[in-house]
Design a protein around this ligand. Structure first.
Ligand code: 3UK
Length: 543
């Protein structure tokens, strides 16, 4: 095997990549966050292929017959998944001529072939660039340019936006019956493929943030990072096991979904249910049908599922994980009331790959996200970058085994300060070390000199029986600088009237300090959200 010279001094000398693009575009070592492997479980060998560790090891240990993936019309054992992954890896190497380090863009909904494609790219030593199903040609073009994508694996049902590109890289279609489809090509290969002998710090994943402004940011992650997220949150907090059945909504192209619906189950020999286009009703039905034990989704989904839960047999469900945005207490309470389950809230970020502050069971404290999970450290910094004590709102700072490495992006310096990752969130700690989310740093509303966190007002509004959903923003105001403005979706049977608005305002004043009440209320049919369930506050502001 050839042994090309490595580029960046921050990485170890060895690399299995023949194409050095990823390593050459890591940020300079001085701009990296501090990376810490503080747990015995995080001591990885210098050579590591994450798919070798996740999939081949499970089969070698005799788990080949276990179910890895349940889907609508089929179920795949670990051995089946391994064979398909190997066949795809053979197509990538032998037919597309890809070499280790090449970037492969992936585009598909959550289904077994999408999962197999992702794993095949990593196993072959290439770099996966997963993309959200709803992205349009313009956004895909930006990603293709930024990550210098060499090839595309795309679900046939999503081909329109690839066809609309001015210049698409060589593309193979999957979820397709055509003579030239990935499935047809796979059939010509014997399914034998050794995991490439990659370095633990070879880049294997470039995950683009669902950024709201400007050019998307690509976050680069190593083979060891993929295992590190499996060996942190799932072990300490989720306590997942081989008999678990994971289910949920986040796309595999979002690292919340990649971890929760593919990597975490594989790490413990468990099964994942991969379903496309879930609604609150169909997710509930699927939990009952597949006897799912662990659910991953966003707060808004739990909020919509809670009133319907009584119609389904959810007796198999043991754990529910909420992430992506703040979990309002009203949502935690209604879900717990409906299912008896204490929600595991967790904050994660694409830059850190997965969840780093969370709590489960008896460790849950009302209103708090939780504590840094073992392996991670966190603190709150003031505007000057100095740590503040309990009771002071400041900037959340985190470090651990994973961290921010943007692909060729000056914004690296905004995210990393003195070795800490700054997530852009305003948080407050209590005397026991629990972390309480307040708002995004940029979203803090300043009205007549008061700092008001939109989510606190949302929280209060959500307790009103007429409110289905709401989003609170600061609206520019001559007199006060900003005023609190609530965008409210009413439950059916309630009228968007002046009187209703006044009732909501009064209600908020009863719940929280009266100066925080929304002076402006706008009723809406729906709120703008990303594919990952996040409220798009900038769109509310633009209205
Ligand atoms: C916000 C939360 C309060 C927060 C993600 C789990 O959301 C994920 O990644 P993104 O890069 O966004 C990161 C930002 O989202 N956020 C996420 N979870 C929470 N705020 N409470 C929460 N529980 O502003 C954070 O900085 O899209 C979540 C796992 C992997 C992920 N990538």
């Amino acid at each position: 095997m050839t042994r090309p010279t490595a580029a960046a001094p921050a990485a170890t000398a060895y690399t299995a990549h023949l194409d050095h693009f990823a390593r050459e575009h890591l940020p300079p070592p001085g701009q990296w966050p501090q990376i810490r492997f503080d747990l015995p479980s995080l001591q990885y060998p210098a050579r590591l292929n994450c798919v070798g560790a996740l999939l081949d090891a499970a089969v070698a240990d005799g788990g080949g017959g276990r179910v890895a993936i349940y889907a609508d019309a089929e179920q795949w054992s670990y051995a089946t998944l391994q064979r398909k992954v190997n066949q795809i890896a053979q197509v990538l190497r032998d037919e597309l001529g890809l070499v280790p380090g090449n970037r492969v863009l992936l585009r598909g909904a959550n289904n077994p072939m999408m999962a197999a494609c992702l794993l095949a790219v990593l196993k072959s030593g290439c770099v996966a660039v997963p993309t959200m199903p709803l992205l349009r040609a313009k956004e895909l073009a930006a990603i293709i340019g930024k990550a210098r994508v060499d090839a595309v694996l795309c679900a046939a049902g999503l081909r329109a936006e690839i066809d609309a590109l001015d210049a698409a890289p060589p593309t193979v279609w999957f979820n397709d019956a055509g003579a030239d489809s990935l499935e047809a090509r796979m059939a010509a290969h014997d399914g034998r493929f050794e995991a490439l002998d990659t370095a633990a710090d070879d880049v294997c994943l470039i995950s683009f943030t669902s950024g709201t402004t400007g050019v998307p940011k690509g976050t680069m992650h190593f083979h060891r990072d993929v295992l590190a997220i499996c060996d942190c949150f799932p072990r300490s907090t989720l306590e997942s096991q081989a008999d678990d059945v994971f289910i949920g909504t986040p796309p595999l192209a979002f690292t919340f979904g990649l971890g929760g619906l593919l990597l975490f189950p594989l790490r413990v020999g468990a099964a994942a249910v991969l379903l496309e286009k879930l609604t609150p009703e169909t997710l509930l039905r699927a939990i009952a049908r597949y006897r799912a034990t662990i659910c991953f989704t966003a707060p808004t989904f739990y909020r919509q599922m809670a009133p319907l839960a009584a119609n389904y047999d959810l007796s198999s469900l043991r754990k529910s994980v909420s992430a992506g945005e703040a979990l309002p207490l009203a949502t935690r309470d209604s879900w717990q009331g409906a299912t008896g389950l204490a929600m595991i809230d967790g904050i994660g970020a694409t830059e850190l790959l997965h969840i780093f502050i969370s709590a489960a069971g008896a460790q849950i404290r009302r209103g708090a996200t939780g504590k840094p999970i073992p392996g991670y450290q966190a603190c709150i910094l003031d505007a000057d970058g100095k740590p503040v004590g309990p009771g002071v709102v400041g900037r959340l700072a985190v470090k651990g085994p994973t961290g921010c490495r943007y692909l060729d992006d000056a914004r690296q310096n905004d995210y990393v300060l003195d070795g800490w990752n700054l997530t852009g969130d305003a948080y407050e700690m209590d005397a026991d070390g629990y972390f309480f989310y307040r708002s995004r740093t940029d979203d803090m509303i300043i009205s007549a000199g008061y700092n008001i966190a939109g989510p606190e007002v949302e929280e209060a509004l959500l307790r009103h029986p007429a409110v289905a959903e709401c989003g609170v923003i600061g609206r520019a105001d001559e007199e006060r600088g900003q005023v609190v403005e609530a965008h409210v979706v009413l439950k059916s049977g309630f009228d968007a009237s002046e009187q209703q608005a006044r009732a909501l305002q009064e209600f908020v004043k009863q719940q929280i300090a009266p100066y925080k009440y929304p002076r402006s209320i706008k009723f809406q049919a729906a709120l703008p959200r990303t594919e990952t369930g996040k409220l798009q506050r900038f769109k509310l502001r633009a209205e």
